[in-house]
Design a protein around this ligand. Sequence first.
Ligand code: ADE
Length: 232
Amino acid sequence: MLRIDIITLFPQIFSGYLTQSLLAKAIAKGLIEIVVHDLRHWSTDPKHHKIDDRPYGGGPGMLIRVEPVVHCVEEVQQMADRPGLVVLLTPQGEPLRQPRVESMAQTGRILLLCGRYEGFDQRVIDILQPLELSVGDYVLNGGEVAAMIVVDSTVRMIPGVLGDEQSSWDDSFSRGNRLLEFPQYTRPPEFRGHPVPEVLLSGDHGKIAAWRDDQSRQKTLHRRSDLFKPPT
Ligand code: ADE
C-alpha cells in the first residue's frame, strides 16, 4: 500500500482526477491511499487564512510563509504509522525521470508539497530538506498539475494497478529501457491508401520482433538521440 499526502492551497483541483478510472480503481482496491490537505488550514492568520507574504528585500509576487508549511508537514507526517518522503514540486528541482518514479513507487509513503505564487520562503527547504522535483523546463501556475504527474506516473508502477493488458513492462522508460515505442496497428489492414506494414501480417514472430526493435531504434535516433547517452 502506497500512501500519498498532497498539500495544496487548491484541494478541489484534485477531486475530478482522483475519482476517475485507474486512480479510483487503485484506491478502491486498497493499493493506494491519497489524502489531500488544504494548507490554509495551517494558516497563522485565523481571520483571512492568509498563508503568503511579500518578500524581504522587495521584488514582485508573494511567497508562501514558512510556519504554515512546516507545521502542516509535521502534523501530516503524524497521520500515518510511518513518515513519508517529502517532495516539493518546483521548476528548480531534479528533472523527473522514470528511475525516480520507480523508486518513489517503492517508498511506501510520499508527501507532495504544491507551491503557488513566486514560491516558498527558503527556510521551508532548509528545514524540511524535501526532494525537489521538476516535471519539465517550463513554468506552471502551481505545483498541482506537477503533483498529478508524480501521482499518475508513480501509481502505475504499483503491482496490481494496471491490468495485465496494460502492463508497464515494456513501456518506453521502464526498467532502464530508454527507447521510444515502435508503431502499432490494428484493423483494418488498409485505410485511405495507408496499409499496415506487411511484416506484421506475416505471422513470423522473429521477424516481427526484429522489425519492432529496428523501428524503436530509428525513432529514438531521430527524435531523442539524447536517450542513447547514459542518463545524467
Ligand atoms: N511548479 C511550477 N512549475 C513547475 C514545474 N515545471 N515542475 C514542478 N513544479 C512546478
